[in-house]
Design a binder for this molecule. Structure first.
Ligand SMILES: Cc1cc2nc3c(=O)[nH]c(=O)nc-3n(C[C@H](O)[C@H](O)[C@H](O)COP(=O)(O)OP(=O)(O)OC[C@H]3O[C@@H](n4cnc5c(N)ncnc54)[C@H](O)[C@@H]3O)c2cc1C
Length: 270
């Protein structure tokens, strides 16, 4: 962000000569993409940690539901957040241009550091198999159905509810496919496990980003100022809803239809 505010290159539309690259629409897109994904990642991690606390402190059925939610979301926190970290660190290099590729800015080191996180402590492939296999199919979809119902009921009072509901519908269709297919054709489900991780992570993350925006809007109104931290949450949510959530449809298509190519390619054709 600091580099984008300092670096002068080209003349951004509608700006005086000498304006920094932070005024270029594409640089703004990249910075907001990084910021909104980081908000979603933090929100999923905090939400899961909150469920952990509930699992320790609640009674009876509430304890079991909270623990099952922790179990469901743990592979998402690990694998979706680390996959995003690679994308974010790579975008960070892009914001710096050539200075990002060479060592002085430190941007490239962030990408190298992020790159290992999808490999150790369970690769993304293994975490995604855990998500679709143990946490959804073996659970018969009970815990994920509760989360889907909660997201659906929240959506009515959240900004960008239409975008969220498209994502929630996609998760529901994908879960139905997993439950109907896993017993007889687990390899078809496994072929779509990582796309499902991305679908599920981006929709749950979006739900929490939109919830944060709704809370922040009330705070900004109470403070009579929508230009600061609280005001920023609304635009971050708008960016997430219009740039990240629409990918849900693509992930769903890969989950439902993508195994034919993945499984159909002969070993010596690779
Ligand atoms: C820097 C670093 C530090 C490490 N630190 C530790 C440590 O402190 N303690 C420790 O115990 N280990 C550590 N490891 C090991 C790390 O946990 C393993 O590298 C990791 O679990 C992946 O195992 P692997 O390297 O054998 O890859 P493989 O298991 O051979 O994986 C290769 C590819 O095959 C995929 N794959 C494998 N099996 C499946 C499957 N069933 N379904 C779908 N895809 C599959 C993987 O997703 C991956 O894409 C470290 C590794 C590194 C590089």
């Amino acid at each position: 962000r600091n580099y984008a505010r300092d670096r002068v290159q080209g003349r951004p539309y509608g700006q005086p000569a000498g304006a920094a690259i932070v005024h270029h629409p594409d640089v703004r897109r990249m910075l907001l993409d990084m910021k909104s994904r980081i908000d979603a990642m933090r929100a999923i991690a905090y939400y899961t940690a909150g469920q952990m606390d509930r699992a320790h402190q609640a009674d009876g059925a509430d304890t079991r539901i909270a623990q099952a939610t922790v179990d469901l979301l743990t592979p998402v926190v690990k694998a979706w957040c680390t996959e995003n970290s690679i994308q974010i660190a790579s975008t960070g290099i892009q914001v710096h241009g050539g200075m990002g590729f060479v060592e002085e800015t430190g941007a490239a080191q962030h990408l190298r550091d992020a790159r290992i996180t999808t490999i150790y402590e369970g690769t993304t492939g293994i975490q995604s198999n855990d998500l679709v296999g143990r946490k959804i199919a073996r659970d018969k979809g009970v815990t994920v159905a509760k989360l889907i119902a909660e997201m659906r009921s929240d959506a009515t009072s959240l900004p960008y509810s239409a975008e969220l509901l498209v994502g929630v519908d996609a998760v529901e269709k994908a879960v139905a496919f997993i439950l109907a297919t896993n017993d007889l054709n687990p390899e078809r489900v496994a072929a779509g496990a990582v796309p499902f991780l991305h679908l599920f992570g981006s929709v749950v993350g979006g739900w929490l980003v939109l919830k944060a925006a709704a809370k922040a809007k009330a705070k900004a109104a109470a403070e009579g100022d929508d230009t600061g931290f609280y005001g920023s949450k609304e635009v971050i949510a708008q960016h997430y809803a219009t740039h990240v959530l629409p990918h849900a449809a693509g992930y769903l298509s890969s989950i439902l239809n993508g195994s034919a190519s993945t499984l159909g390619f002969a070993e010596d054709q690779f």
